[in-house]
Structures are given as C-alpha cells and as structure tokens.
Design a protein around this ligand. Structure first.
Ligand code: ADP
Ligand code: ASP
Ligand code: MG
Length: 423
C-alpha cells in the first residue's frame, strides 16, 4: 500500500459533473489499496472571477483582503469534493491550507512555504479517510493571516504535502495529457514528452509553461520527489518529471530542444539616460527588490562615450508594473536618469533543452527561423539550457509555431485539450 498525493486543477473540477468524475477517480485509487491525499484548486475560472470582482469594488485591493477572498475559491471545491466522495460511500474530510499545516511567510499574493506540519492529515489518513486539502493557500507564521502562494500555486501545495508526508508519488491532474513540447493550445501538433528532467521543467515553468507552477518543481527537485503530470479526463500515462531521462529514452535521442514556452504576463521597463557610475544599477534594482518584485531579463547598453549615459531595460510581471514605475520615479532625482518607458505589449519566447549544451548552432537556427517569420527580437537572455527572446506580444504565437517546426518537434497526432478556457 502506498501514499499518493493527487492534485486536481480548476478545469478538472469546473462543475458538479467534473467534481463527481474526479470523486470517482479518487475512490478508485483508494479502492486499489492506497492512502490518498487530494489537493484541489478552485472550480473553473473562479479565481479570475473573484479578482475581477475585487477590481470592481476598488482599483487597489489590499493583499490581506484579496487573499481572504481568493482562498474562498478552494474552500468551495474542497468541501464539494468531500461531499461527492461521501456520496460514493467513502469517508473524506476537507481541510483548509491552514488546517493542513501549510505555514508560510507573510507576503500576500506570493507567499513562500516555510514549513508543512500535516498532523491533521496524518490523523485523517490513519482514521481511514481520504484527505482533501485546499490548494494555493497557507497561513502566515508571523501574522496568522491566510496567504496565497501565487497563481497556479495548488501544484506547490501538492508537492509540499507529498514531500512532508513522504508520499510515493505526486500526481498532477490537468486538462491535457502531460507536458508537451509546446502549449498544445497554441501548437496542436506538439508532442507529448515521456520524461522531462527537473532542470528542464524548472526552465519551462519559469518561462511561462503554466502546466506546472515553478515552485512546485523546485520543491520536487529538492526532495527528489517524482511528479506525474496527466489528464483527469483520460487514463493515458502522462509525463514524468524526474532527475534524469532514463537510459536510451527516445525523446532525448533525437531532441536537442525539449520544449518551447511562451509568456505574455511580463512587461518591459526601459530607464533612459542612466549615468554610467558605479553603484547606480545596484541602487535601482535594490529599490525594486525591497518591494519583493521579481525582475527577469536585464539588458544594459554600452554607454555612449560622449555622454557617459546608458539605457537599462528589464522585464517584470505586468502585475508589478505600476508599483515598479512608481518606485523608480521616486529615485529619479537621486539617480538623475532622463525618463522611463513602460511597455506591456511584449511577449517572451523560450527554447529549453539539455541537448543545447552539446549542440552548437541552436541560437543561429532559432534566430533565423524568427527572422524568416518576420519577427523582430527586442531582448535576449540565455542560460546553459535555455534561450529566451522578447518580441511583440502579437507575434508570439507565430514565433512559437515557427520555432517548433524549425526544431522538427511537430508530430502528426493532434494533442487533445479536454477542458479549461486557457484563461
Ligand atoms: P490546471 O487548472 O489543471 O492547473 P493550468 O491551466 O494551470 O491547469 O495548466 C494546464 C495548461 O497549461 C494546459 O491547458 C495548457 O494550455 C498549458 N500549457 C502551457 N505549456 C504547456 C506545455 N508545454 N505542456 C502542456 N500544457 C501546457
Ligand atoms: N486557483 C488558483 C489559481 O487559479 C490556484 C491554482 O489553480 O493552482 O491560480
Ligand atoms: Mg495550474
């Protein structure tokens, strides 16, 4: 008998039918002799709808109240799922993140898990229950307020619980059959990957492939916990996220590139006419870091010798754009830069693959295919196994398709998208 943690995303529990379908799957796992802990997301697009509602009553909801509101979404689905399982003659108990022992810091909207103390979950399992846990939420160690882990954070709840309970596997059930070589909503000919390494999945998740939350992959790697990403709408084997591709894995044999990710959630800020002095960049980025804003790509031009001035561009989440711009305006006088440009019509396109290390020419092929598709590259950044570029957001999907074809990733089987609105 094993302990399995299963996570069901919003599209898997979008309505009563979905809840009942998922309840049947959970009961089948329990009947197969396993202990089951289930992490569930809010139904369908509930989280987006709650955010829209908050924005209708105020342009600036406070973090504390927004978290209070959003955590209600997962509370609804956890209770309904427990009831649906009860109706099948099995005992289930639901728990909020706080009751499940998910302890976080106090950064509302993107709290980090500090500790998981799942005493009540263990008790429920020992009592023969199926434990249902609300995803995406915890409780602050300092303030005792409820917190959320950031959009898509239920994946992280699942992996953190699986690690704390020493589960055999963490299964992430979603609306596609696994991790594909590109978002199947954009590239229907994308190929399903049999295995993806933690390292590759980290890069894909950080580059916008929202099929897994970035922190869930970091967590799984730290605890060496295998993740199985699969569909809640089919019984097909999905994708395994593991340390290494198995010997002779067919995916690795041919593919230099494992996947292509795209992201429309970032904006670009350019600080024009920055004095080229020691400590200026440190001052700029410190002021942004102090507000817990994560920046992504940074480009600084060579300073023009005649003027001693340079431009610095960087990308950041659009949701932090207004705050970052205000912070920079506050230090404009002190630093003496000329002006600020804010552009939220950008998209990021990333190629990820461990095979890149040993294959020169990947960058050339990538840039050539973008040029052939008529795309202009605005920023570039690389890691050992990733190349990312910033392009116009309206060009992004064209770029994903062009790169997918250029690296010979297309298959003839059309990927199935079972549900969800892609929102
Ligand atoms: P859930 O509600 O189950 O958490 P998400 O919407 O967060 O589901 O994540 C699943 C979606 O991720 C898919 O429907 C797909 O559109 C998107 N996605 C983006 N990149 C990929 C990829 N490389 N492989 C699979 N799905 C991807
Ligand atoms: N419901 C939350 C969201 O939509 C968390 C999650 O689904 O993982 O972001
Ligand atoms: Mg998700």
């Amino acid at each position: 008998m094993g302990l399995i943690v299963q996570k069901y995303g919003g599209s898997s529990v979008a309505d009563a039918e979905g809840l009942k379908r998922v309840a049947n799957r959970i009961v089948a796992t329990k009947k197969a002799g396993h202990q089951v802990v289930v992490v569930v997301s809010a139904m369908g697009d509930t989280t987006d709808e709650l955010i829209d509602l908050a924005n209708q009553v105020t342009p600036m909801p406070t973090g504390r109240e927004l978290d209070m509101l959003l955590t209600a979404g997962e509370r609804i689905s956890m209770a309904l799922l427990a009831m649906a399982i009860g109706n099948l003659g099995h005992e289930a108990m639901s728990f909020t993140g706080s009751q499940a022992g998910v302890i976080t810091d106090s950064t509302h909207g993107k709290a980090r898990i500090i500790d998981v103390a799942p005493g009540r979950i263990r008790e429920a399992l020992e009592g023969g229950h199926i434990a249902i846990v609300a995803g995406f939420q915890g409780v602050s160690q300092d303030t005792n307020d409820v917190t959320t882990l950031g959009r898509g954070g239920s994946d992280t709840t699942a992996v953190a619980l699986a690690a704390a309970l020493d589960a055999d596997v963490c299964e992430i059930y979603t609306d596609v059959d696994g991790v594909y070589s590109a978002d199947p909503r954009v590239v229907p000919s994308a190929r399903k990957l049999t295995t993806v390494t933690y390292e590759e999945m980290l890069e894909l998740a950080a580059s916008g492939a929202k099929v897994l939350h970035l922190r869930c992959v970091e967590y799984a790697r730290r605890y060496n916990l295998p993740i199985h990403v699969r569909s809640s709408f089919s019984n097909l084997e999905g994708t395994w996220i593991v340390n290494d591709h198995p010997e002779g894995a067919e995916d690795m044999e041919q593919a230099i590139i494992s996947g292509i990710a795209h992201d429309k959630s970032e904006a670009k800020i350019t600080i024009v006419g920055v004095p080229d002095r020691t400590g200026v960049a440190a001052r700029i980025f410190q002021s942004i870091a102090d507000s817990d804003i994560n920046i992504d790509m940074i480009v600084q031009n060579v300073s023009a010798a005649a003027t001693g001035l340079t431009d610095i561009s960087f990308t950041l989440p659009k949701s932090d754009g207004a705050e970052a711009t205000a912070l920079l305006k506050d230090i404009q006088g002190e630093i003496g830069f000329a002006s600020l440009l804010y552009d939220d019509q950008v998209g990021k396109l990333s190629l990820v693959g461990a095979g890149m290390r040993s294959h020169p020419g990947v960058t050339a092929t990538f840039f050539a295919c973008l040029a052939d598709a008529g795309l202009n590259i605005e920023m570039i950044s690389t890691s050992e196994i990733r190349i990312s570029v910033i392009v116009r957001d309206t060009d992004l999907e064209k770029g994903v398709k062009a790169a997918h074809t250029a690296f010979e990733l297309d298959t003839t089987n059309e990927a199935v998208v079972y549900g969800g609105t892609g929102r």
